[in-house]
Design a protein around this ligand. Structure first.
Ligand code: HEM
Ligand code: HEM
Length: 177
C-alpha cells in the first residue's frame, strides 16, 4: 500500500492520521465532559491533565493532516453512484471537522492562558483550580464540543450507511489494504 492516496483509495499516511485522530478525539471528548462534570477539584485536575495533552496531540495531528493534503496528497474521487448532494454534504462535514478541531484547540489554549490554570492542573495545587466559566473561551469550547458530537454522528452514520446499506466499499478504502 502506498503512502499517498490513489483515485480510488486513501494512502497509508491519510489512513493512519484519520484513525489515530478519531481514536484520540473520542478520548479527548470523554476526558473533557468528565472534567466538566466533576465537583471534586483533584479529580477534575486529573481529568484535565489527560484532556489537555491528548487534545494538543489531536490539534498537531490535524495541522499535519491539513499540510499533508495541501502539499503532498490528493483525495480519492467520490465512490461511484454517490449523489451530488451527499458528496457536497460529506465535503462540508470534513471541512467542519477541521475547523471545529482547530477552534477547540484555540479556545482550550485561550482558557488555560487566561485562567493561568496550568500549575493547578499539572502541579499539586488542584485546590486552586479556577472556575473556567469565568473566562470567555469556555462558551465556544462547550458549543464546539456539541457541534463535534453532531458531526461525528452524521459522519459515522454516513460511513455505516455506505458499509451496510449501499455496500460500496467506502469504509474499506479508509483502511490498510
Ligand atoms: C472524531 C473522529 C473523526 C474525524 C475527525 C473524522 C474526520 C474525517 C475526515 C476529515 C475525512 C476526510 C478525509 C481526510 O480529510 O482525511 C474522513 C473520511 C472518512 N471517515 Fe472519518 N473521522 C472520524 C471518525 C470516523 C469514524 C468513527 C468512522 C467510521 C465508523 C469514519 C469513517 C470515515 C470514512 C469511511 C472516510 C472516507 C470517506 C470517503 O471515502 O470519501 N470516520 N473522516
Ligand atoms: C480537539 C480538541 C478538544 C476537544 C474535542 C475538547 C473537548 C472538551 C469537552 C467535551 C469539554 C467539556 C465541555 C462541556 O461540558 O461543556 C472540554 C472542557 C475543557 N477543555 Fe477541552 N477540548 C479540546 C481541546 C482543549 C485544549 C487544547 C485545552 C487546553 C489547552 C482544553 C482545555 C479544556 C478545559 C480547561 C475545559 C474546562 C473543563 C471545565 O469546565 O471544568 N481543551 N473540552
Amino acid at each position: 500500500m502506498s503512502l499517498k492516496s490513489t483515485q480510488t483509495r486513501f494512502g497509508s499516511v491519510a489512513v493512519t492520521l484519520h484513525w489515530l485522530t478519531a481514536f484520540l478525539i473520542v478520548a479527548v471528548l470523554a476526558f473533557g465532559f468528565g472534567a466538566a462534570s466533576m465537583t471534586d477539584a483533584s479529580a477534575k485536575a486529573q481529568m484535565l491533565a489527560a484532556h489537555v495533552p491528548l487534545a494538543i496531540i489531536v490539534v498537531l495531528l490535524t495541522i499535519g493532516r491539513i499540510l499533508w493534503w495541501w502539499f503532498a496528497d490528493t483525495k480519492p474521487v467520490p465512490v461511484i453512484g454517490t449523489p451530488r448532494w451527499q458528496q457536497s454534504s460529506a465535503h462540508v462535514v470534513h471541512i467542519l471537522f477541521y475547523v471545529v478541531i482547530l477552534g477547540m484547540g484555540a479556545s482550550g489554549i485561550g482558557m488555560l492562558a487566561l485562567s493561568g490554570a496550568g500549575p493547578a492542573i499539572f502541579g499539586d495545587t488542584a485546590g486552586q483550580l479556577p472556575d473556567f466559566w469565568n473566562y470567555a473561551p469556555r462558551v465556544p469550547h462547550g458549543i464546539g464540543a456539541r457541534v463535534m458530537i453532531a458531526l461525528l454522528v452524521l459522519h459515522v452514520g454516513a460511513a455505516l450507511y455506505h458499509h451496510f446499506i449501499r455496500r460500496d466499499g467506502l469504509l474499506r478504502r479508509m483502511w490498510y489494504r
